[in-house]
Each structure stands twice: as C-alpha cells, then as structure tokens.
Design a binder for this molecule. Structure first.
Ligand code: FAD
Length: 61
C-alpha cells in the first residue's frame, strides 16, 4: 500500500510532465491519486481516455 508524503501531488504532476515527450503513455494506479479501488478505477479510466485520445491524434496527425 502506498503511503503518500507531503508534496505527493507535486511529485505526481512532475512525473506526468516528464511523460509529455511520450504522449501516448499514461500512468495510473494506487501510487497516484488514491489507494481505494474506486480511486484506482477512476484513475485507470482517466488514463485510458487520455491515452486513446493521444493515439488517435498520433494516427490522424
Ligand atoms: C489487504 C488489502 C485490503 C484492501 N482492501 C480494500 C478495500 O476494502 N477497499 C478498497 O477500496 N481498497 C482496498 N485496498 C486497496 C486496493 O485494493 C489497492 O489500492 C488497489 O487494488 C491498487 O490497484 P492498482 O491497480 O494500483 O494495483 P494492483 O491491484 O496491485 O495491480 C498491479 C498489477 O500489476 C501487476 N504487476 C506488478 N509488477 C508487474 C510487472 N513487472 N509486470 C507486469 N505486471 C506487474 C501485479 O501483478 C498486479 O496485477 C486493499 C489493499 C490491500 C493490500
């Protein structure tokens, strides 16, 4: 089980910003925005929608 520390959301934002150079890559799960199953499902859905949109953008150009 992850244990978040002060500044956790800033760290998450930095990690996601670092992924900007790989726009079709997304991360999700309990290490990010909540450890509960509903949090993980919401995070997975959010990441999936974003990844599919990025793939579509890359495909269409
Ligand atoms: C004992 C316990 C009880 C809990 N009870 C509740 C509860 O009642 N209600 C609630 O809302 N939450 C509960 N939680 C929290 C919740 O279950 C977790 O936070 C949530 O399941 C995490 O989801 P996840 O997808 O981030 O990670 P996980 O569910 O851990 O999924 C990670 C997956 O990645 C796989 N994996 C890992 N490394 C690799 C690798 N190198 N290559 C390929 N696959 C890999 C693993 O096998 C696993 O299938 C509980 C947690 C624990 C430990």
């Amino acid at each position: 089980m992850p244990k978040y520390v002060v500044g956790h959301l800033t760290t998450v934002a930095a990690v996601e910003a670092a992924l900007a150079e790989r726009p079709t890559w997304r991360i999700a799960g309990s290490a990010l925005r909540g450890v509960g199953v509903p949090d993980c499902i919401a995070d997975g859905r959010r990441a999936t929608v974003a990844a599919l949109a990025a793939v579509e953008t890359a495909r269409v150009g």
